[in-house]
Design a binder for this molecule. Structure first.
Ligand SMILES: Nc1ncnc2c1ncn2[C@@H]1O[C@H](COP(=O)(O)OP(=O)(O)OP(=O)(O)O)[C@@H](O)[C@H]1O
Ligand SMILES: [Mg+2]
Length: 282
């Protein structure tokens, strides 16, 4: 959309970062530096007010877990961060999602850039069904100006970053769907990492996995938090306890309490948090 000159002066510019200004340089070069700040965020499906006035930060170098009973708005909230919520017919949101000082919901911020800066991993591993392992990981790179000759290095780097390289290096051209569930989820993490996002959102990434595959993803999250700002939705209290530095508790669309994970699980301020983390409801 053309912008008026006045608008160009005053409107926020799309975020400048390594991921916007040039092709990916390799996962090894990534460092988590970006803050995400949700300010007065509301999200609706028609008249259903699913996320209510949420104010919450995701800090670099720290994993933020989002917990709360089914239907409380966790997925809706994270989908607002990378602007997937607006794709749902009848859905809308208001408020701000700031990546450092840039409002990702500003009208002049390109949604494709937002999705590149804010990667997402879903509950059910969703490799592209017709693509090989390698093509799955490379799929985002063709939008980044990565020279053709560098794509295989970038694929290797992303698979290394996702802890999958050693398991797949001899079958990169085999279908992604041929991997086990846990490997498929790490493939999806590699695909998200390949474009070197600043933020990685994970919506119950382990709920379809067995305990061994879950542990691998949790270890991976521990390593990746130094490289990318991470928020993870989880139903699993033990998982939040293991992976998260900060935990946020939601109930009926509201953010009830956020704090250091150990405090949230031992001495939360709000009675409702205490009831939830001790299994008294939800
Ligand atoms: N695509 C959609 N269309 C309409 N309403 C939706 C949609 N997705 C979610 N909702 C509604 O928004 C509210 C919040 O749902 P959401 O999926 O965000 O909760 P959640 O905390 O992620 O739940 P769960 O733990 O079961 O995944 C619920 O009332 C739900 O019915
Ligand atoms: Mg959900």
């Amino acid at each position: 959309m053309p912008r008026s000159p006045g608008e160009a002066e005053s409107a926020p510019r799309p975020p400048e970062s390594q991921t916007m200004s040039g092709p990916p340089a390799g996962i090894e070069e990534m460092h988590a530096t970006r803050h995400v700040r949700l300010e007065d965020l509301n999200a609706y499906y028609g008249s259903n007010h699913a996320v209510k006035d949420v104010n919450l930060s995701f800090e670099p170098g720290r994993v933020t877990a989002i917990i709360g009973p089914s239907g409380c708005g966790k997925s809706t909230m994270v989908r607002c961060v990378n602007r997937m919520h607006e794709e749902i017919p009848g859905a809308r949101s208001d408020g701000h999602v700031l990546l450092d000082d840039v409002d990702l919901h500003a009208s002049n911020v390109d949604v494709v850039s937002v999705r590149r800066l804010v990667g997402m991993v879903f509950q059910k591993p969703n490799p592209f069904p017709t693509m090989s392992i390698s093509d799955n990981v490379a799929s985002g790179l063709r939008f980044t100006g990565t020279p053709r000759g560098e794509i295989s290095d970038r694929v290797e780097s992303a698979l290394e970053g996702a802890g999958l390289w050693n398991e797949v290096k001899d079958r990169l051209s085999s279908p992604g769907m041929g991997l086990s569930g846990g490997q498929q989820q790490r493939l999806c993490i590699a695909r998200a990492l390949a474009v070197e996002p600043d933020v990685l959102l994970m919506d119950e990434p382990c709920s379809a996995l067995d305990p061994v595959a879950t542990l691998k993803i949790e270890e991976l999250i521990g390593q990746l938090k130094e490289k990318v700002t991470i928020a993870i939705v989880t139903h699993n209290m033990q998982q939040a306890g293991r992976v998260a530095d900060t935990t946020a508790f939601m109930l009926d669309g509201e953010l009830i309490e956020v704090g250091p994970t150990d405090k949230m699980f031992t001495t939360p301020d709000d009675d409702r948090t205490e009831q939830y983390v001790t299994g008294k409801f939800g």
